[in-house]
Design a protein around this ligand. Structure first.
Ligand SMILES: [Zn+2]
Length: 335
């Protein structure tokens, strides 16, 4: 199995074959810059949480995790200089991302800036996404390795469409893969797939995220049969769906032959203002980045998954997807 191309990480370009076991949807820190500036969260402690993240990533390294994709894009309090401080102190490779997280509307700035708007000019979202991918995020020099878009309960609102349009343009110019946040209960991965493929994003380059929040196998198979990869990426979010149900879904899909169409992750964070550490400790104690290694992979194996299938989902699929460009279609390897 050969991989080609380089993935941009906080340490610079890394050969796709060197990514190793990869968590495809995580967050180092999630915040809200304006709230954080004016009303700092009582549980936020800059230095302490940088240490927490470094220690947590080093524990992941000991568990065999080599790469973590940080999908904290604009709208989630992205602070890549802060993440760079973490990245400099851990052996785990961190991948930065670009995109815009909004379920419904963009900030007012985007309503006055853009083609045909009051302050007429090119689409700023395209400019920002391209700068992040081609030049670097803020002034860190770290280039983004993934694009992220969101649809939630409100569906394809005008601003959500605008973000997805811009992501499609940036994808076509750079070959960086597109990953998504969905509201799986609405099965709106279908809308994302239709919208993005109509704009030139190959389904092969697309990860429909949070797909593990549903147990609707027909819906999930429909996405994968179209060529997309699904993110079974919220292990530990048992306040939404039990890990038992998430494991059963992955096992069912493995039995149906979909090992080459799933990636595994947690959507966890070392700190999130949305659901702060004290809340997580009380309501979702397994929602952390060690959950797969400690609890889930053993359950998958006990349920009949093979080591080869786990390797496919944790190493080969991430490599195939993170490699910029159309990429080779890599099927499950035989034992
Ligand atoms: Zn996320």
């Amino acid at each position: 199995m050969t991989f080609e191309g380089e993935v941009q990480t906080f340490r610079g370009p890394l050969g796709v074959g060197d990514l190793g076991t990869t968590l495809m949807h995580e967050h180092v820190f999630v915040g809200h810059p304006e709230l954080d500036l004016n009303f700092p969260h009582p549980e936020w402690d800059e230095e302490g949480l940088v240490d927490t993240a470094v220690d947590g990533l080093e524990r992941l390294w000991e568990l065999g995790i080599r790469t973590v994709v940080d999908l904290t894009v604009l709208g989630l309090g992205r602070d890549s200089a802060r993440v760079a401080r973490v990245a400099a102190r851990t052996r785990v490779n961190l991948v930065a991302s670009t995109g815009y997280y909004t379920a419904d509307v963009l900030p007012a700035y985007f309503h006055t800036h853009g083609p045909g708007l009051l302050v007429d000019g090119p689409e700023p979202l395209v400019e920002y996404f391209l700068r992040d991918i081609e030049v670097g995020v803020a002034d860190t020099g770290v280039r983004a390795g993934m694009l992220k878009v969101v649809t939630d309960r409100p569906g394809l609102t005008p601003d959500v469409r605008r973000v997805m349009d811009a992501a499609a343009v940036a994808h076509q110019q750079t070959g960086v893969p597109v990953t998504t946040h969905t509201h799986a209960a609405s099965r709106n991965g279908r809308d994302q797939l239709a919208f993005l493929t109509a704009r030139g994003v190959s389904a092969e380059r697309l990860i429909i995220g949070h797909s593990g929040d549903t147990v609707d196998l027909d819906y999930l198979r429909e996405l994968m049969d179209a060529g997309a990869t699904i993110g079974m990426d919220r292990f530990g979010m048992e306040h939404l769906l039990s890990d038992e149900a998430r494991v059963a879904t992955v096992l069912s899909l493995l039995r149906l032959g979909y090992a080459d169409r799933m990636v595994l992750s947690h959507d966890a964070a070392f700190f999130s203002r949305v659901t702060p550490p004290s809340w997580r400790a009380e309501h979702a104690p397994h929602w952390h980045m060690e959950n797969l290694s400690l609890r889930i992979l053993p359950r998958l194996l006990a349920g009949g998954a093979t080591e080869e299938q786990l390797h496919q989902m944790l190493v080969l699929n991430p490599g195939r997807l993170l490699a910029p460009g159309p990429g080779p279609t890599m099927k499950e390897v035989g034992p």
